[in-house]
Design a protein around this ligand. Sequence first.
Ligand SMILES: [Cu+2]
Length: 187
Amino acid sequence: MDSVLEKRSLVVVFLFLVSNLAQFSFGAVHKVGESAGWTTIANVDYKQWAISKSFQVGDIIVFEYNSQFHNVMRVTHAEYKSCNVSSPITTHTSGNDSIVIDTNGHHFFVCGAPGHCQAGQKVDINAPRAPRVAASSPLGSASATPAPPLAPGAPAPSSGVSLSAPPTIPFGKLGCMLLACIVVGLF
Ligand SMILES: [Cu+2]
């Protein structure tokens, strides 16, 4: 009897932890190009794909591709527009790259293979800031209007990309360890 109750309570704890992990540790996972992946041969409209999605900080962007032919380069907005792949911020080549969106704003990715970016293998992942309240400018301020503090669409101030784990990951690891302990205890 006791052991059954014990197991039941453990299951409750287990479910509680799982729900917490799901809530706090993992952002949404977006596979670029869906089933087509990251490629030039399927004529995927990556711009349209990105527009149809809603990205948030903590989300994971997955690039799946044949690493013989493609790669993933994070570049600046200017490089994205001109398909300049000579000095990427970061380069990924595994063929199955998961990139965590760690800052608000635009994240520009292109394929570095010759001609691929020009052929449309480029994507703009935008994780917008929370909608701001429209600033109602005072009517009398006709003199020297100050520059808007937050230009929409401006790249995030930290142009240097950091692939450091988001703060939720340590919790996830702790949670996983706890789960492991519980599972070991159960069986
Ligand atoms: Cu490519």
